[in-house]
Design a protein around this ligand. Structure first.
Ligand code: F6P
Length: 545
């Protein structure tokens, strides 16, 4: 395969820079193209993308598509889907798309995927129908997912987003999440949970992550204090999800309670695998399968659509345009839906851990920006928090608005339902108002000479509209961002599937542990800087008081 030169050396990139010089204020772009609102829309099953409020014209779109071809994206997409080693630094494929291929289309060599789904389903059914019992013979009432990063953020986000669809088979089972290394989330949960009716899922691809293992060890001690029969306790209360069966066994997970993932599933791309067990338990297995279906539908759209009609590709190209041509280095994620509360934090890992890189796949330094700083919040709440900066601050910020058109069941004529529908209408108006004011500023309301009421506008945004938020459309939405990230990585020439940047911190944390343990042995930490030493000694003094 032809090796890409650096982004800034590509012909299309030079043309894009020239094109940008002729791009006026968004309000003027609309004056020139009055039908833009309809023309700059792309649709696929379950998702509509509106890019009309981006600072692009027809020429920019054409040149961005040229960049897509010049960067050999189609070839890379084929490599992603056919299992080539797209994660070069770890010598691995990245086949999360394989996890959502429907059973009847699955290649024989990936039957392991169906086997794991069947194993998941067996566990889910046993817990739901009460054949899985705790050590004292009681039915399970609570499940706690212990994981961090990709083994936490995706499942947490999906469970929260879809919990109102939870199937009757789930009954009154509660699913909780604990990730923090300080144990505070687990501490909060253990106060209210009963050991005899609680099952813990230890979700860790590597099964070496100290955050997760320290929570798991605390949970094991908690259970042991009431069930000294260790073998029985482990069999009834712990399920492991990892790529290392050996490490799960060493920790004490019995074989029938072990679910596998494989090295070709990246942590932040793993919610589709058995890491999604918490999702299947919280919502029901059919909904988990529907989530996979939505993602697969988007995979097919991504694999087969030309760039100008391809939603993730267009999101990626617009992102490159904003970061590398318009110099906009901040990206806000603004879902106008309380159910998507955890979507922004899930995306920060997906985008920033994947594309926060500064060397090429071959380790060569690059001289242009990659992933922007990404953050977000439920849009209507963020209006009362950080939108001031978006409207009148000094930074250019790009935004993604996400909205579900339909919400609440209007067939019922009870008054609170009608009131909720009215709330949804208010929510939609707010979403559209904000993208309008960000784009047009004063133009939206007429000029204002009061400097405190000056709205410059020209802040670009895209709007993603789902007909309704359900398992299918959420699956598509997540897959959309995954493929956006991959497309950008190809264009930037970086590896979106490794995360070497987080390793050094882990190493140094383990080196510093000796400063705080009971047998305080500061010499073991080696030579340290004066700030770290002073902080450590001050903290120890406080702890002794
Ligand atoms: O430290 C970063 C990271 O490796 C993420 O990429 C991953 O999602 C998270 O830690 C958890 O890893 P694991 O599932 O192996 O415990």
């Amino acid at each position: 395969m032809a090796k890409n030169n650096l982004l800034t050396e590509r012909k299309a990139f030079q043309f894009l820079k020239e094109n940008a010089e002729n791009i006026p204020h968004i309000a003027e772009i609309f004056d020139k193209q009055p039908a833009r609102g309809k023309d700059y829309i792309i649709q696929t099953e379950g998702i509509t993308l509106d890019i009309s409020k981006q600072r692009v014209n027809d020429d920019s779109i054409k040149l961005l598509c040229d960049l897509y071809y010049e960067s050999n994206v189609p070839e890379h997409i084929k490599m992603l889907f056919n299992g080539s080693l797209v994660n070069k630094s770890e010598d691995r494929a990245a086949l999360h798309t394989q996890l959502r291929v429907p059973k009847e289309k699955q290649k024989e060599s990936y039957n392991i995927v169906n086997d794991q789904l069947d194993h998941m389903e067996l566990i889910v059914n046993q817990i739901h129908n009460g054949t899985w019992r705790g050590f004292s013979g009681k039915r399970i009432t609570d499940v706690v997912n212990l994981g961090v990063g990709g083994s936490d953020l995706g499942p947490l986000m999906v469970c929260h987003a879809l919990r109102e669809y939870s199937l009757p088979s789930v009954g009154s089972l509660n699913v909780h999440f604990a990730s923090t290394i300080d144990g505070s989330q687990l501490f909060g949960l253990l106060k209210d949970l009963k050991p005899e009716t609680t099952v813990f899922l230890i979700a860790s691809k590597s099964f070496t992550t100290i955050d997760t293992l320290s929570n798991a060890n605390t949970a094991r001690s908690w259970l042991l204090s009431v069930c000294p029969n260790k073998e029985l306790m482990l069999r009834c209360h712990f399920i492991g999800i990892s790529s290392s069966a050996e490490k799960m066994s060493e920790w004490g997970i019995v074989e029938k309670n072990q679910l596998s993932i494989w090295d070709w599933v990246g942590g932040r791309y793993s919610l589709w695998s058995s890491v999604g067990l918490s999702i299947a338990l919280a919502l029901g297995m059919p909904l988990f399968r529907e989530l996979l279906k939505g993602a697969h539908s988007l995979d097919e759209h991504y694999r087969t659509s030309p760039p100008e009609k391809n939603i993730p590709v267009m999101m990626a190209l617009i992102g490159i345009w904003n970061v590398n041509i318009l110099n906009i280095k901040a990206q806000a994620i603004l879902p106008y839906d309380g159910r998507l509360k955890y979507f922004p934090s899930y995306l920060t890992q997906l985008e920033m851990e994947s594309n926060g890189k500064s060397v090429t796949q071959d380790g060569e330094p690059i001289d242009y920006s990659t992933c922007p700083i990404l953050w977000g919040e439920v849009g209507a709440n963020a209006q009362h928090a950080f939108y001031q900066l978006l409207h009148q601050g000094t930074q250019s910020v790009a935004a993604d608005f996400i909205l579900a058109a339909k919400r609440y069941d209007t067939n019922q004529d009870d008054s609170h339902k009608n009131s909720l529908v009215a709330q949804h209408e208010l929510n939609i108006s707010n979403c559209l108002a904000q993208s309008r004011v960000l784009a047009f500023g004063n133009y939206a309301i007429g000029n204002n000479s009061n400097p405190f009421r000056n709205y410059p506008g020209n802040q670009p945004s895209s709007t993603l509209v789902l007909p309704k938020l359900d398992a299918f459309t959420l699956g598509s939405l997540i897959a959309c961002y995954e493929h956006k990230v991959f497309t950008q990585a190809v264009i930037w020439g970086i590896n979106p599937f490794d995360q070497w940047g987080v390793e050094l911190g882990k190493q140094v944390a383990s080196q510093l542990k000796c400063l705080f343990s009971e047998d305080n042995e500061p010499n073991k930490a080696g030579a340290l800087d004066s700030s770290t030493l002073a902080l450590a000694s001050m903290i120890q003094d406080f702890r002794k008081e």
